[in-house]
Structures are given as C-alpha cells and as structure tokens.
Design a binder for this molecule. Structure first.
Ligand SMILES: C[S@@+](CC[C@H](N)C(=O)[O-])C[C@H]1O[C@@H](n2cnc3c(N)ncnc32)[C@H](O)[C@@H]1O
Length: 319
C-alpha cells in the first residue's frame, strides 16, 4: 500500500475541505468523463476541478510514480539525483514521490501551464518536510522544447504525455534526453498509455539511453506485436475519496505503464514479473519479461527459489 506522506495527506484534506462536497463530486464526475477522451486542452477549468483532481487522482499518481521510481532506484543503485525537473507537474505528485524515493534531491522545478493548479500544488508543497519540495520552483509555462529551464539529474513526465498533441510528443521526449541523466515517463496503464510509453522508450534508447526499469533489457519490446504491459500500485482511499468516486473499497489499484531511461550505469534484473503470480498448492507460475516473454513454474522442490516466488509480486524483479 503506498500512502501519501502524512503532511501531504493533512494539507490535501484541509485544502479540499474548502469546497462543498457536492461540488467536488460533480467536478470529479466531469473529470472522469473528460479523462476518458484524449485531452489536448486544459482539463481542469476551475478551482473546484483542481481540488477534485487533487482529492481523487493525486494519491493515485503519487502511488504510481513512487512505485515506478522505487524500481528505478533498485536498478540504478548509484544514481543519487540532486535536481529534478517535473514536466506537466500538476499539483506536484511526482516531486513528492521522487523526494520520498531519493531524499538526495536538493533542487526541484515544476513546469505547469495552469495557474490554479500551480497555486494548489505550491500550497501543498509548503507543508513538506523535505526542503526540496517546500522550496520547489513552480514555473508557469507551456511544455515546449525550448523551455527556459536548467538541465536536471532526473526529469519526470507523469500522466502528461497523453495530454500533449501527438506532434509535440517526440520533440519533447527528444529534448528531455538532452536535459537529464535519467528520464521517467509514467502513463495510465492502458493500451494507449503503454503505446506512448513504448514510443518514448524507443526514442530514448535511440538517443543513447539505457532502460533501467521496468524492462530487463534495452532491446526491442517483445510485446510490441499487439500485447502490452502495465503494473499496479495499491493506495488507501480516504472516506471523502470513496464518496467522490462512489466507491466502496477502502483502497484502489492504480494501473500504470512506465519507462525509466538513463545514462547512469544501470543493473537491470534478469527478468521482471509481468502479471499477478498464479499460486496453486506447491506451485507458483510467473509470467516473466526477459529477452522474450515466458512462463516459469516454480515448485516446492525448488526450495529457496520457491519461497522467493511465493513472495514476489507483479512488477518485481525476478532472478
Ligand atoms: C493528468 S495531470 C498530471 C499531473 C501530475 N504530473 C501527476 O502525475 O499528478 C496533467 C498535467 O499536465 C499539465 N499540462 C498538460 N499539457 C500541458 C502543456 N502543454 N503545458 C504545460 N502543462 C501541461 C496539465 O495542466 C495538468 O496539470
């Protein structure tokens, strides 16, 4: 379960409480409908939209980015970023996530076009314990290749590629590779999200980066012929979150696709678990991505490997 940092949870609850719950619920419904279509114009059109986004989506994007960056930290153990540039940063989920994974971060810049979103994110950030979040620079700007920003050790592009017009995506991704040591692209875990991640992956590899996660290699994706991969991060839902989404469960599973590409020395795993492991009495079956996608069955007679297989989860590295 990936939970918001305590101070962020409190600040978020306090800021959302400034709005009437029925207004938030209507805004949350509008946002869900808007995000079902490709979005190339501002989706958040009012202060209540921003609050509804932050209440219903920020905990989920925080969880997805944290899960993705956690895998990157395992695979690029010597990478200790001091600076982050968060492109299309919204209310700042990815800066909170990155500083949780890499407390080494000292300078954080968020690029975001919407002033109301920036104001909301800045207020949340004022509560942060980590100084890099508290002192983040919020740069109001359209995403372009000639952004007036300094290069950064880490660039995050979280749930934003799909909001850029297709013609802008390649130039922006190409520009990112020239600005960073490590680039993290996170998208919704849908076939379209995965297709955008795959296109970014190909481009970043073409520009000389290596894939650190999730792929155990930087060769062509073995799923490219129509199949796709995604991962899942579980997060708790507050009572308000549940009511705004008309949901009953006290948690949700955020599905996401991602790629982390880097110029830093990476040690990718031999393979990665691509689906929920299937466990039957004395047997665990794993779907693995290695140099191709394959099934591996591990039985009790494999001893320690069997015990490891019982504990491994969807998205984890495997031996
Ligand atoms: C779905 S939200 C994701 C926010 C955040 N990265 C997260 O993971 O929660 C997409 C954000 O990108 C911003 N955005 C979309 N297109 C943009 C553009 N062309 N220039 C600047 N910001 C943009 C939107 O205003 C919005 O805040």
């Amino acid at each position: 379960m990936i939970t918001l940092p305590a101070e962020l949870g409190h600040a978020l609850a306090a800021m959302v409480a400034r709005h009437r719950e029925q207004d938030l619920a209507r805004a949350a419904g509008r946002l869900t409908a808007r995000y079902r279509q490709p979005i190339h114009e501002p989706a958040l059109r009012s202060a209540v939209d921003v609050a509804a986004y932050a209440a219903t989506r920020m905990p989920a994007t925080y969880a997805a980015v944290t899960a993705a960056l956690t895998q990157a930290a395992v695979c690029v153990p010597d990478f200790q970023p001091a600076s982050q540039l968060d492109i299309g940063g919204g209310t700042g989920a990815a800066i909170w996530a990155a500083t949780a994974v890499w407390p080494s971060l000292r300078h954080v810049t968020v690029v975001e076009r919407d002033l109301a979103v920036i104001e909301f994110g800045r207020r949340l950030a004022a509560s942060a314990v980590h100084p890099a979040v508290r002192n983040a620079t919020w740069n109001r700007s359209e995403i372009r290749v000639d952004l007036n920003t300094s290069p950064a050790d880490l660039i995050t592009l979280s749930y934003v590629l799909g909001e850029l017009p297709p013609a802008v995506r390649d130039p922006v991704v190409g520009w990112l590779a020239g600005q960073a040591t490590t680039v993290a692209v996170i998208e919704p875990g849908t076939p379209d999200g995965h297709a955008r991640v795959l296109a970014a992956r190909d481009q970043l590899i073409g520009l000389g980066m290596r894939v650190a996660a999730p792929c155990p290699h930087s060769a062509s994706c073995p799923l490219a012929g129509g199949d796709w991969c995604h991962f899942s991060a579980r997060l708790p839902r507050t009572g308000l979150h549940r009511r705004l989404k008309s949901a009953e469960l006290g948690f949700e599973d955020e599905k996401f696709s991602y790629v982390i590409a880097t110029f830093a020395p990476a040690i990718p795993p031999d393979s990665r678990v691509l689906r929920h492991p299937r466990t039957r009495k004395g047997l665990v079956t794993l779907t693995l991505c290695a140099d191709g996608v394959r099934e591996e069955s591990v039985s009790k007679r494999h001893g320690d490997v069997y015990r490891a297989a019982r504990n491994v989860e969807w998205g984890d590295p495997w031996l």
